[in-house]
Design a protein around this ligand. Structure first.
Ligand SMILES: Cc1ncc(COP(=O)(O)O)c(C=O)c1O
Length: 413
């Protein structure tokens, strides 16, 4: 016990973990080339030009072919993916329980009703079993999110959607490079949304996002929606065809994105190496279990989930994690990203005090927001997360494993 860093003992990790180094000379060169071009030509760089087209193509190629449209945040990628579906107002969309608020708010802002499905308690993700009972005659789409880079069990969700003729939207904000049955996440549903803000697997600079689909019609609907309804790919439109915001990315971000997509396979390989090594080392640990994964899937480890087993230690999870942090380990004791717990959702604060869409007289569903989150709460209460990066080496992996074991041993029952 006295050996723990929290009690004054030596830290397992004496030096800070290495910075990620996501931005390098490649991104700098790409940005400078765009500036040089603008200066030489006298034309400012803009948006939707060759640079963005290239990034869209590069990302679509990474996903094995299809159509991509870069936008200016992951939240707007979700917004535009849903907007592409052109759903009638008051349609219900089944949404995941654990996600960033930006993964759900677009539903309500589109005048659609988010219905929160619970998690498979072994993970942070929802599953077909939780979604099925929530389907009504008002449901039009199911949105799943591959949280932490861990794949949702998609086949049963897709089968359910087919049976009820529902769209499936994959939120891949945290899941660039995630594999499910050997295929990349984002290629299963009708349309997918990715965040490319600076902390994600690959980025477009500070903020960004990208919408992907293999359905060309949905792609064009999404592009129009993402740019104020401009009549892209329509022969004889008399002007803007649908109401939408300006969610465009810009060419400067796009060239950074293209440089990043080249690095993405290496980034994913690195995270998989680190995540799998830690999981393997902790596979049989009595006090800390590795997070359950859907069979035949490979996480891209936006972070690493671990499960705390209170019966094997004398302290609670918060105390355990405090001691782990004191050993110098980047630990998040609780990923309480449950949007249905937040005031905006519970108090229906979407369009002023109107309570819309739930209170709309044309809506035939419950007036109060629906959210099943008991499993989600249990999942966040039993799990804790370790931040991992693709550039961690053997030393970093060993330090994480050593510290997890050291603290567990010190507090063992
Ligand atoms: C699952 C999920 N969806 C949506 C978003 C929103 O993305 P952004 O922060 O780029 O708007 C995030 C952000 O982390 C996310 O994790």
């Amino acid at each position: 016990m006295s050996n723990l860093a929290i009690a004054g003992g030596p830290k397992v990790r004496q030096t800070p973990f290495p910075a990620r180094g996501l931005i390098g000379p490649e991104e700098r060169a790409a940005a400078l080339a765009l500036f040089d071009q603008a200066i030489a030509s006298g034309h400012a760089f803009g948006y939707g030009g060759p640079a963005e087209q290239q990034y869209d193509q590069d990302f679509a190629a990474y996903l094995g072919g299809g159509f991509a449209d870069a936008v200016n945040s992951g939240t707007n990628a979700v917004y535009c993916a849903l907007g592409a579906l052109q759903l009638d107002a008051l349609s219900e969309v089944i949404v995941p329980p654990i996600t960033d608020p930006g993964g759900i708010m677009p539903v309500a802002l589109l005048g659609l009703v988010p219905v929160v499905a619970d998690a498979d308690v072994r993970s942070y993700n929802t599953c077909a079993e939780q979604i099925a009972p929530l389907i009504t005659e008002r449901t039009r789409a199911i949105m799943v999110a591959h949280i932490a880079g861990d794949a949702v069990d998609l086949d049963p969700v897709l089968a359910l959607a087919r049976r009820h003729r529902l769209y499936v939207v994959e939120d891949c904000a945290q899941a660039h490079g995630t594999l499910y049955k050997g295929r990349l996440a984002g290629t299963f549903g009708d349309i997918a949304a990715f965040s490319t803000m600076f902390g994600k697997h690959h980025c477009t600079g500070g903020q960004g996002g990208i919408v992907f689909t293999r359905n060309e019609a949905l792609h064009w609907q999404g592009r129009r929606f993402a740019d104020r309804g401009k009549p892209f790919n329509l022969a004889a439109a008399g002007g803007n065809v649908v109401a939408g915001l300006n969610c465009n990315l810009n060419d400067l971000s796009a060239v950074i994105g293209s440089a990043q997509v080249k690095k993405l396979p290496g980034i994913i390989a690195g995270r998989v190496r680190v995540g799998n090594a830690i999981r393997a080392a902790l596979a049989d640990h009595p006090a800390v279990q590795v997070g359950w994964q859907v069979p035949d899937s490979q996480s891209s480890f936006w972070f690493l989930r671990l499960v705390f087993r209170p019966e094997a230690v004398r302290v609670d999870k918060a105390t355990y994690c405090q001691a782990l942090a004191a050993e110098g380990i980047p630990v998040n004791p609780s990923y309480r990203a449950i949007p249905a717990e937040f005031p905006w959702f519970r108090e229906r604060k979407v369009f002023g005090n109107s309570g819309f869409p739930w209170t709309c007289s044309d809506y035939r569903g419950p007036r109060e927001p629906q959210a099943r989150i008991a499993n989600a709460i249990q999942a966040v209460e039993t799990h804790f997360n370790i931040a991992i990066q693709e550039n961690y080496g053997e030393r970093e992996i060993a330090d994480i494993v050593t510290a997890v074991r050291k603290v567990a041993a010190a507090y063992a029952v």
